[in-house]
Ligand binder design. Sequence first.
Ligand code: SDX
Length: 428
Amino acid sequence: MSEKATLTVGGASYELDVTTGSENEKCIDIQQLRAQSGYITMDPGFGNTGSCYSDITYVDGAKGILHYRGYPIEEIAEKASFVEICSLLIYGELPDAETLSKFQDALAEHAPLHTNLEHHFSGLPTASPPMAILSAMLNLVSCFHPDVLEVYSEGHGFDRTAALLLSKVRTIAAYSYRMSVGKPFNQPNPNLNYCANFLHMMFSDPYREYVPNPVIEKALSLFLVLHADHEQNCSTSTVRAVASSRANLFSSIASGVCALWGPLHGGANIGVIRMLEDIKSSGRPIDHYLEKAKDKDSDYRLMGFGHRVYKNFDPRSRILKNRLDELLAELNKKDPLLDIALELEEKTLKDEYFISRKLYPNVDFYSGLLLRAIGIPLDMYTVMFALGRMPGWIANWRELHDQRLRITRPRQIYTGSQERSFVPLEKR
Ligand code: SDX
């Protein structure tokens, strides 16, 4: 006997199905509510509303749990490469050696951009925002690969299209940096792994080829793995909404890039560094910034704090924080911003405002400090988040197609003017 919920409203009662997920999450399925009762539900920001049933990622915000296809993030963060995690998220299983090798070959094959696509960079101002370049170029890629426009999850070249996207987005990101500093593009090197190839395309110069640095490559892979997916966050929900109209993979992902850009979402990693730099340069005590963040009349927020789902620590933030000390030591670097970040976190843990609202450091709080340590320029941080989130977006795009989900079309409650007659201009 399946569990039911009874809603009594307007003098009538309605029975609604209750469904339970594999981690015992429960939901009241309201798909028939409007047809049965004429009522809709209202939940701006969808904080209490599920949009789909998904096998990809599981987050328990109360316990600080994050699983990719059942694997705890703590286990895979340091043990799995980003390419393995791409395969796991998109196809559901950790790849065996043969599968991984074929995937790596496909990524190497699709890394170069069409020469005419490279030329588009030359028409852009050097100070163009990297996220604007990324979203624009992702749509432009489909102009040079029209076959990607008709691809759905089963067959139709989905595997090739997914690998093409994962690889070209890395090249586009590196080229946007090279253009911003007025340097020539570095053609991808098929003999380098995913992270080493990115660093080569970013930092090799005619007089000095990028020298592979395993410490930096491992830190970059960790960063990308930690950002790879995170349930139905703002940008992934956007990718699903666009995918639900049966738009192609590239335009769906380009919409996710645009959603991620916002400072409340993926743009926060840049906001954190700017906040820490401001604290450092202003000479004001940290308490000044805590008070500002608490001031309801101010829009100021502590960037990198708070989360819609995590009401305990964000496990990704904890992994990054623990890794940072070692990384800086391995690179023989010190970063005064890390000391400020640690002091800021410590103060919030003792402050009633943050405790009562369960505001803890999220993935963005320490992630920028890792990128800073490995030499990624600040305006590329959100692009790096997008590179990491690619497999999660692709996996959700594929799952939506596999499940043949209906087009996304929420309802609303109209609160505007009631019917009225048109008034000609001369009488207004
Ligand atoms: C990401 O969803 C995901 O999974 C996202 C993500 C992913 O992997 O995809 O985890 C990545 O986007 C992480 C979040 C990065 N953004 C930031 O760090 C920006 C700062 N954080 C906030 O703006 C905020 O916490 C959000 C956007 C993250 C969450 O917003 P919610 O859930 O809508 O929470 P809210 O704005 O309703 O805040 C609840 C209360 C409010 O106070 P009261 O009205 O109850 O008095 O907490 C306060 C807020 O003012 N608050 C903060 C705060 N965050 C929330 N106050 C000060 N500083 C903050 N950072």
